[in-house]
Design a binder for this molecule. Structure first.
Ligand code: BDR
Ligand code: CA
Length: 305
């Protein structure tokens, strides 16, 4: 089994990504580090606790991560995910506890150090904690198999003209991760915009069982795209790139993150035409088998029920 650490900001699409990974028999999710992004770290941690309790996955360690980006004031996405970060379903009170005796970064480091196998990080929120980990513990780089990232955009942004939310929250952190030399796989906005989740899929998911029903209610409340014409559920794409890579076309290319401009901070310069003449540093999904992804998505949620 592949050892996995999540860096995440649940977030409705984060919750789906986590549930899919937890249910997959080839992945061993050992640690979840929630951080501020879609909502603040307290709400994000509470959401992980609620989700794990609901899924009956009480063995997974939860350690809260960063409360703020490295340099910038926090922005959130409560307009998309709701004030709680997971609006739309009335979760039972969580019994899973978070471990606050250490930091998210130190918990990631300890897990990477102790693991017999190289660890895969799935980073589906701002990259603050991953950047701090790689800077404070550079020796961990060779013990990380790869980092699966949801973030960036081949085209336009979803929080700025050219900036995608996860990178825009903490551009400096994203830039550090892309300069780290670790193997990176990136699901940008564009593949999520292509592989939207349609109402008939949500209805199939509702009928799978209690977990499917829970996600159906979250999807109804989700404001990323439209329930009727297609929801953009981005974070599971990073898990999909790990589990079903044949569904994706990847380009190995240079990615630079804009940290200098006031207008486009966090924009991802995914240099497919090699304008910058810089070495490749990331495998970026440029296309997805939409029908294949949609079917995988429903079946992957089915495993959770
Ligand atoms: C990303 O931003 C968040 O709102 C989602 O959870 C996803 O990680 C998409 O831009
Ligand atoms: Ca997210």
């Amino acid at each position: 089994m592949t050892p996995v650490i999540f860096s995440t900001d649940p977030g409705i699409d984060d919750a789906v990504a986590i549930a899919i990974a937890l249910a997959d028999p080839t992945l061993d999710v050992r640690l979840i580090v929630p951080l501020s992004g879609n909502v603040d770290v307290h709400l994000a941690t509470n959401n992980v606790r609620k989700l794990l309790t609901f899924l009956g996955q009480s063995h997974v360690r939860v350690v809260p991560g960063s409360a703020t980006p490295l340099l910038r004031p926090l922005i959130n996405a409560a307009d998309i995910h709701g004030e709680s970060g997971m609006d739309g379903f009335d979760f039972p009170a969580p019994t899973v506890q978070a471990d606050t005796t250490t930091t998210g970064v130190e918990a990631m480091h300890a897990e990477i150090k102790a693991s017999a196998e190289p660890v895969t990080i799935i980073a589906i929120g701002p990259l603050t904690d991953v950047a701090v980990l790689l800077q404070q513990h550079p020796e961990d780089k060779e013990r990380i198999d790869r980092i699966m990232i949801m973030g960036g955009s081949l085209g336009r942004g979803n929080i700025g003209v050219l900036s995608e939310f996860n990178f825009a929250v903490d551009p400096e952190a994203a830039s550090m991760v892309f300069k780290s030399g670790v193997e990176l796989h990136v699901a940008p906005l564009d593949v999520g915009n292509a592989a939207t989740i349609m109402p008939e899929m949500s209805e199939r998911i509702r009928d799978l069982g209690p977990v499917g029903d829970m996600f159906y209610h979250l999807f109804r409340a989700f404001r990323s795209g439209s329930f009727e014409t297609g929801l953009q559920i981005y974070d599971p794409l990073a898990v999909g790139m790990l589990l079903v890579p044949d569904l994706f076309t990847e380009e190995y290319t240079h990615v630079a993150i804009d940290t200098a401009s006031e207008l486009t901070a966090g924009a991802s310069l995914i240099d497919l035409q090699d304008y910058l003449h810089r070495p490749a540093n990331a495998h970026v999904a440029v296309d997805v088998d939409v029908d294949g992804f949609r079917e995988w998505f429903v079946q992957a949620i089915k495993l959770s029920d």
